[in-house]
Design a protein around this ligand. Sequence first.
Ligand SMILES: [Zn+2]
Length: 640
Amino acid sequence: MSVIDEIKSKVDIVDLVSEAGVKLRHAGRNYTGFCPFHDNKHTPSFVVWPESGTWRCFGQCNEGGDVFKFVMKRENLDFKEALDKLAARAGVQVPTFSRQSPEQKEAYDNLRILLEDAIVFYRSHLMANREVLNYLHQKRGLSDLAIETFGLGYAPNAWDAALTHFAKRGYPEHDLLEAGLISHRDSGGFYDRFRNRIMIPIRDENGRMTGFGARIVDPNDVPKFLNSPETPIFSKGHLLYGLDRARKPIRSADQAVIVEGYLDVIALHQAGYENVVSPMGTALTEHQLRLLKRFTRRIVLALDPDTAGQKAVLRGLDAARQAMDREGELGFDARGLLREEARLQADLRVASIPDGLDPDEIVARDKAEWARLIEKAKPIVTYVMETLAAGQNIIDPKVKNQIAAQVMPLIEDLPNALERDTYRQQLARMLRVDESALTGTQQAQASRVRRPRGSQNEQSARKQPPEKPKNALTLSSNNKVEAYIIAVLVKKPELLYRLDRVLQEYGLLKLADQDFEYTDHQMMFGLIRESVEQDKTEHHEFVVESMPASLQSVLQELDSENEKFERMEEKLLEELLRGVIKLRRVAAGENLNQLRYLQEEAQQVGDLRAASYQDLVLKHTKLLHNLDQAFRKMSLKRLQ
Ligand SMILES: [Zn+2]
């Protein structure tokens, strides 16, 4: 879900409008009130649909929209400002996308050129160092081809080797510092950041150079792993090692595997498992998962059982957060991962690596064993259950109680009721207890044990009767149809011409802003329309380039659904048409219902507006009729 959709689903339009001073009353499934945007105190003409999170004024304004439009109009804000305001209200963090200025882009390009140069420098030192080469060949089992393909190198054991080399080549110290190759000396001056280390170039998902990971050669050196410092182009939480090479294999395997070390990634690629990536020695971030989700929803974490074992599971959320900044450890925070899994609608599984072996040792021993391990990956909750129970005497009531107390909060946190039931049953079976006893344990524990922040409240809240229905219904219907139409058109703006032509053949109007109820979709449609009306830039590129930063999250979401658009244009066009007709039918139907209600009410109090409502009723009836006809023609055509 994009942040924008998340906000739509979290902000209650009824609350929002009421807080703006509009008195709303129930009218069927909806609410009506006096329009806050025009002056009319006879009869209410302002309608709010709580399910879709939308509103419309059937009076003078004759316009409507979503929560964003309401705030924009009410407070005279632009979309970005309304987005920030409602994000704060919904408690949703809006990621910042900064568009690069041309000067910035040039500066970053220069940094990348310097880093590419650094690869050559470190590489020449590796080729001259028999000992380190031997280590890579013999201890890590890497071939010359893999060393070359991944651009491995060696930083010599000196304080100023890189400093002198690059100064001679004319690079200013400032650039070396910004690229993260050198550090400030306390006493003034600079020194090489990387000394006596194996150098591993780290590229972003598009293959652009960003920085280095460096591993010790001398076992007594600390830290074992050292990355480039955070620079304008190297951000640990935003990169996944190996993704530039793994993205295609991930897409074709429809699965991504995450391991803990850079050299493990290389060894696995060398063994033919190319869908493997690694975080930068820190816990996985939401951003990294989102990045992967552009290529697949199925993600397997291949974990060392020591990291993911009992201790890690027992760690509270805060501890897990602290661990995120520690180098060389893939933190395992079951609760956090489950939350991300639900939020991103991903399928996260855990595979455990046996015998304290590294992945590269496993493929060295038996290539096929890796495939079997990944095959056996388990859902997070199952994994936690089994890890906790391993080696324990689960006949002991105390042990049963302990395990239940740790697993039940995870289960109760799951958003999906069916999943909660399934795991509860699974846990009951494993502990050989009755399911009802489990929930008993849970409550008893909840009252005794102080849980991490928030969790206890969430649970007691769930026990209470649900409050107002949330917007779930719409986010799965109208919003989705709109989003689908936009997604297709962003990818293939040219289709808009053909779509308009068919619509007109059916006696319907061209696709327009007003067909979209949600502000983000309206704005994107505006760009799509603009793109086909210009011919300087390729249409899709035009849309992407002119997309405002506030809509970038939607664009990213669309990107992750790439595979849909490989289909034939004819099929897409038909689906578009179906979508547009569906949108218009739903809207016309909703409007008609409301208008009849408003008309009746106006007649009762003798409001002159009753007549104009009658006109609108006729107009919408006619539209519905035309839409039905178009739909029939379309189905007939398909049969021919
Ligand atoms: Zn109005």
